[in-house]
Design a protein around this ligand. Structure first.
Ligand code: GLN
Length: 603
């Protein structure tokens, strides 16, 4: 099935295939042979999806588009300050082949016009037995994801006619911008311009810049991360020669064009665009290429300064521990305390990439809450990216509120674990799951607020919720009729699917309820501690067990069998009714809390 993206490109192709304006470049004789009807459009996404229409696999020479990449390589070799001293980054307002040097210093205006590109070429270091053109070829090949080669005919043709570029080389030599024989540098520059690419290669090279310098097809780093913004910056201000101002105004994408008919444009963080059509306008930009990019930017809302591209709010939803608790079931006293004071533990689920602009509103909320919340938990399970700035801001905020009584905890940090630690986030504040983080914070809060321990290590019958309020005589009757069962840690107490003829009361130890999910996955629903009962649902309605219950520690239980329960109905109907009443109360308490929890999680 055809994607609507392909249809968009096809519509553009049809719209402009009949546009015959412009002239194929002929000042390099070999370029004059180009077929003016060739026309290709390609988009490459940051994750390597290609959409292509027309002549996207026809080779042509890259020409000036190479300048953006050789500038990246020179930056890697020499660093930003050195390069700025040698070559400016100001739009010249002149044609690409102008002898555009600052009159006093001879510094070329920018690296996107010939003078700046020739000076850039001179800055590339010969290294590892590779001369300049070998290094340039390798660098551009890594950006394209395949080995590029020089078109020998175009190279020879430009070399035999490129006297103007030689003159620029000598001017640069005169001002000591180039310190060696400029003839060799200019030859390397001619070869760089004669590298063969396709329209699809251009889109991939653009996507490499969009993807912070990593080629999305090969996964290989091609452009050093720290210079991607410099390269894109100079493309944005100077990439389209003396039409750069109107280009960024109308299209709004960093771009570079070449007299071979190619245009490469980049939407940082998202995609690369390649267009190929040889006829050029008077500035040397592809006529169809410009029209296609203008329409594409408008139709797909790609303009860099278009605010429709803002990421979603990072705060997905928030709740506190009076609404949502860890999965273990707490004793009544602890639960009541959490209902009352649970506001002191806040959970925020975040979503989308964390960068300064998305994290800042979250930090704003945290700063407000920190004075009255002891524990702030951020759940990052829906966060696909955390940049260095956000990792550092989170670590700094955690350290700052650590000076007061509050703590910041993270959970579900996944693959960001390392970078958060590197940014200075403390390992003990990072939890594998929200449940673990909540349990930790609940324990601390309850430890502060409750007199005794959160739960007793073991209980007798009269302190079990189910038997609450029973008389001595009744307790004796129960003690005589309830069975006793013990389970070793790890043993299964209840199998899901089994038929049920009993319910359980824990006297000591802990047991967890696990729900079987698809495959082998199981999710913890609950943890029971001494005094609590479980298994009452299937016991009441005679349906099969709905989940597994496993002993977490050694567990001692009392078991209320249906047989004994029926006996009570005959001999002690008031006692049976009292037990049913307690079961009903416990279930309604659970349902009430489930409603609060669902309310909080739905908001
Ligand atoms: N090799 C060409 C030249 O120096 C490149 C110019 C261009 O693509 N604008 O003239």
């Amino acid at each position: 099935m055809k994607s609507p993206v392909t249809r968009t490109l096809e519509a553009l192709y049809r719209r402009y295939a009949s546009l015959k304006d412009g002239q194929v470049a002929d000042y390099i004789p070999e370029l004059a042979k180009a077929d003016p009807d060739l026309f290709g459009i390609c988009i490459a996404t940051r994750d390597g999806q290609l959409y292509e229409v027309g002549d996207t696999r026809r080779k042509f020479t890259i020409q000036s588009i190479s300048k953006a990449f050789s500038y990246g390589l020179a930056l890697e070799d020499r660093g930003e300050e050195h390069m700025l001293a040698k070559i400016g980054v100001e739009p010249s307002g002149d044609a690409f082949n102008a002898i555009s040097l600052r009159p006093d210093t001879g510094v070329p205006f920018n690296p996107m016009i010939n003078a700046g590109a020739i000076a850039t070429c001179a800055q590339i270091v010969e290294r590892d037995g590779m001369d300049r053109i070998a290094r340039i070829t390798e660098y551009l090949s890594r950006c394209a994801g395949q080995r590029l080669t020089v078109d020998a005919d175009v190279y020879r043709s430009e070399s035999s006619t490129g006297h103007r570029n030689r003159a620029i080389g000598w001017m640069l030599r005169n001002f000591d911008i180039i310190e060696e024989d400029p003839r060799e540098i200019v030859e390397a520059y001619f070869q760089q311009c004669s590298l063969l690419v396709t329209c699809a290669d251009l889109a991939v090279m653009g996507a490499t810049l969009a993807n912070q310098g990593i080629n999305p097809l090969t996964g290989e780093r091609a452009v050093a991360h720290e210079y991607v913004d410099n390269v894109l910056g100079v493309m944005a201000s100077c990439g389209m020669y003396d039409w750069s101002g109107e280009w960024i105004y109308r299209v709004g994408l960093p771009a570079k064009s070449g007299v071979g008919g190619g245009i490469l444009a980049v939407l940082p963080g998202q995609l690369g665009i390649g267009v190929f059509s040889p006829p050029l306008d008077s500035q040397g930009n592809s006529v169809r290429g410009i029209r296609v990019c203008m329409d594409l930017a408008r139709e797909l809302a790609l303009h860099l300064f278009n605010p429709s591209a803002v990421p979603p709010p990072a705060l997905r939803r928030s709740y506190n521990a009076s609404q949502v608790n860890s999965r273990r079931r707490l004793p009544q006293a602890a639960l009541r305390t959490l209902r009352r004071f649970g506001e002191r533990i806040r959970v925020h689920e975040l979503q989308g990439p964390l960068l300064f602009s998305t994290l800042e509103p979250v930090i704003r909320v945290l700063v407000k809450q920190a004075p009255y919340c002891q524990h702030l938990i951020l759940n990052l399970s829906h966060v696909p990216a955390i940049d260095d700035v956000s990792a550092r801001m989170l670590a700094e905020f955690a350290a700052t509120i650590g000076d007061s009584d509050s703590r910041l905890h993270l959970c579900h940090v996944g693959r960001f674990h390392r970078s958060l630690l590197d940014a200075g986030f403390s390992a003990d504040s990072i939890f594998p799951s929200e449940d673990a983080a909540l349990e930790h914070c609940e324990n601390l809060l309850l430890g502060d607020l409750l007199e005794g321990p959160i739960e007793a290590p073991s209980v007798s019958l009269n302190s079990c919720g189910l038997f609450h309020g029973r008389s001595e005589a009744e307790l004796e009757r129960l003690d005589a009729g309830l069975e006793t069962m013990t389970f070793a840690a790890g043993q299964t107490i209840i199998h899901s699917g089994d038929s049920a003829d009993a319910m359980f009361v824990i006297l000591s130890g802990h047991a967890e309820v696990l729900l079987r999910l698809e495959g082998d996955r199981r999710q913890r629903l609950d943890v029971f501690s001494p005094g609590m009962s479980f298994g009452e649902m299937a016991f009441l309605d005679s349906s099969p067990r709905s989940a597994d219950v496993i002993a977490l520690t050694d567990v001692e239980c009392r078991v209320l069998t249906r047989k004994f329960f029926d006996e009570l109905g005959r001999d002690h109907p008031a006692l049976q009714a009292a037990l049913l009443h307690r079961i009903a109360l416990q279930l309604s308490e659970r349902l009430r809390h489930a409603n609060i929890e669902i309310g909080a999680l739905r908001s």
